[in-house]
Design a protein around this ligand. Structure first.
Ligand SMILES: NC(=O)c1ccc[n+]([C@@H]2O[C@H](COP(=O)([O-])OP(=O)(O)OC[C@H]3O[C@@H](n4cnc5c(N)ncnc54)[C@H](O)[C@@H]3O)[C@@H](O)[C@H]2O)c1
Length: 315
């Protein structure tokens, strides 16, 4: 399948990522088929998509009345076979569980036309393992988007051991066609790239707080107002080039031996989770999260993304 032959995209799973991916494909003009095994998820998807469009509209990345035409392009179905028969590219965003993904991919493989590419939005599961549930492992690939995908343009495209170069090429073109900036990994690796980097930072942050060096609030503020700002503009290698590689080499010598090499979550994190403090979704994590606080953070991210994306308003 070539990218120019793709007009209808199936999105399996209408949760946090799935409804937002349906929005992104519909916004770019694709006919979208959205499936979920949960009726309530399917029923609430249009309202969640409207909310996302209003977040975009508030910062000038969409028009408020874009929601109507976007929703007209999205057909919801509880029947995976209907989605599979109508789609010429499919993205899966169901639970992060290999057994669940195997069931979905095996059904998609049975119902989709032979040349349809099946992409998974898994955060960490191997594309080779997912492809093993199908007779088309050459047309199975990971496209790892970030939450929320309508504000964050990155996508990690991760081929499995049997994924064909043509599948990777087509998938990259499709990601670009919805305004994303895909990066292809040469080979699959657990955690892909961004989560490895993100969790390297999180491991060190947990360790610094656990050792009583700094309070979580101060650590977050330090990151946001220093490397966070820079990372919004350029990555670690450009940061090092600008600082001077001789300086960075010296710091590596001094600091690498001191960094955390913990191979399990810190005790403080385990205690929070065991006591039900799961973060914004339970109202309390490291910080308190009254209902309006999460929306405020998303709004701040939207304003930041608007500055970064420079007013993309395509529908
Ligand atoms: N949440 C994130 O920040 C994020 C970011 C990037 C990637 N991901 C990945 O995206 C995928 C989805 O994550 P999410 O956060 O949207 O989860 P979610 O729990 O919000 O949504 C998952 C949806 O899949 C549905 N579902 C489960 N089994 C199904 C099946 N057999 N058929 C149809 N629908 C089914 C559920 O009803 C639910 O609506 C996961 O693989 C996750 O790792 C998540």
């Amino acid at each position: 399948m070539r990218a120019r032959d793709v007009s209808a995209v199936g999105v399996v799973g209408a949760g946090l990522m799935g409804h937002a991916l349906a929005l992104e494909f519909a916004r770019a003009g694709y006919e979208v088929w959205l499936n979920d095994e949960s009726k309530s998820q399917l029923d609430s998807a249009p309202e969640r998509i409207r909310k996302a469009v209003s977040v975009l509209a508030e910062v000038g990345l969409a028009e408020t009345d874009d929601a109507g035409p976007i929703l007209e392009r999205i057909t919801r179905t509880s029947d995976l076979r209907v989605l599979a028969e109508a789609s010429n590219f499919v993205v899966e965003a169901v639970a992060e569980d290999l057994a669940v993904k195997h069931e979905v991919f095996s059904d998609l493989d049975r119902y989709c036309a032979d040349d349809v590419i099946l992409a998974s939005n898994t955060s960490a599961i191997s594309p080779t393992a997912i492809g093993n549930a199908t007779r088309r492992p050459d047309r199975v690939v990971v496209t790892h988007y970030f939450n929320p995908p309508y504000l964050l343009p990155a996508v990690e495209v991760v081929p499995g051991r049997q994924t064909s170069p043509e599948t990777v090429r087509t998938t990259v073109e499709i990601c670009r066609s919805i305004g994303k900036t895909p990066a292809v990994l040469e080979t699959e690796i657990a955690g892909f790239v961004v989560n490895r980097l993100q969790f390297a930072l999180y491991r060190e942050a947990l360790s610094l707080v656990e050792e009583g060096i700094v309070k979580p609030e101060d650590l977050d503020n330090l990151v946001v107002s220093s490397i966070g700002n820079r990372l919004g503009v350029y990555g670690p290698f450009r940061i090092a080039d600008l600082a001077g590689l001789d300086v960075y080499e010296a710091i590596c010598h001094n600091v690498f031996p001191l960094l955390s090499n913990a191979d399990a979550p810190a005790d403080g994190l385990r205690r929070l989770v065991a006591s039900g403090r799961l973060g914004a979704k339970s109202g309390r994590g490291v910080f308190d999260w009254p209902p309006e606080a999460a929306a405020e953070v998303t709004g701040a991210l939207a304003r930041h993304a608007a500055a970064m994306l420079g007013g993309r308003t395509s529908v």
